[in-house]
Design a protein around this ligand. Structure first.
Ligand SMILES: [Ca+2]
Length: 247
């Protein structure tokens, strides 16, 4: 699984009479997250959800069709959430984020080869780990966005690095993805594929820039704290697994 993530959204919390809230990825599904909210006393999580939704003005950046429960000072809410990527800080590169365009871009490099899919559609393949390949795709803003790759190693180090920008949001390969070394059934690339819940949390081969793969300038994406780097991921057995499926 891969999805958008955010924590301590003080920007969205502004005007809600709360300092911040934390949103954690629900790793069980590709489209929902779990939000941990610290509201003022007497404020229900559901009312905060509603306020966040109406305040953001952008359905894709709000908690949609959420449900909420909780008591005391810590409340939780579950819904479908994606997070807006702010512009990169001065002097740093980032994607040009256009919240209204359905055209997205995905960058990928895999040691040694890959096939890349966006929402189940094959984008292309490559077999040169020293290259970063870029593909354009079109998907409705606010809908599912699942990026998946089938990677094959040919000896030595093995890992894949992915980042994408779509509708003003970013996706990067990291521990929120899921990988398997067992060939999955047809449809594993699709947005509605849920069996990836049983896949393993990918091993972390280092963030963009680590040797032997070097820094890939197209891969880092902006977040509210600066730039965020994707991780080189693979199944936990980097050396012993020659073929993986990740999403
Ligand atoms: Ca290799």
């Amino acid at each position: 699984m891969n999805t958008y993530k955010t924590r301590f959204r003080s920007d969205l919390a502004e005007g809600l009479d709360i300092d911040s809230f934390s949103i954690l990825i629900d790793t069980a599904t590709a489209t929902s997250v779990h939000a941990i909210i610290l509201p003022p006393d007497g404020t229900s999580a559901q009312s905060i959800l509603s306020a966040i939704t109406s305040q953001s003005g952008n359905p894709a950046s709000a908690i949609r069709s959420g449900s909420a429960q909780g008591s005391g000072t810590i409340r939780s809410a579950t819904g479908s959430v994606v997070t807006r990527a702010p512009p990169p800080p001065p002097g740093q590169q980032g994607f040009a984020t256009d919240p209204s365009s359905p055209i997205g871009h995905v960058h990928i490099s895999v040691d040694n080869s890959y096939s890349l899919y966006v929402n189940g559609a094959e984008m292309g393949d490559g077999s040169d780990w020293s290259q970063t390949d870029t593909y354009d795709f079109s998907a409705p803003c606010g809908g599912d966005l699942v990026i998946a790759f089938h990677g094959v190693d040919a000896g030595g180090p093995a890992a894949g690095l992915v980042s994408a920008e779509h509708c003003g949001y970013n996706v990067i390969s990291n521990h929120n993805w899921r990988c398997t070394a067992t060939e999955p059934a047809d449809g594993w690339q699709d947005a509605n594929y849920v069996e990836d819940a049983s896949w393993e949390v990918p091993a972390h081969g280092g963030t963009n820039g680590v040797p032997p793969w070097g820094h890939r300038p197209d891969m880092d994406v902006p977040n509210r704290n600066g730039m965020q780097s994707p991780s080189w991921i693979w199944t936990s057995d980097f050396q012993g697994t020659d073929e993986v499926w990740c999403r």
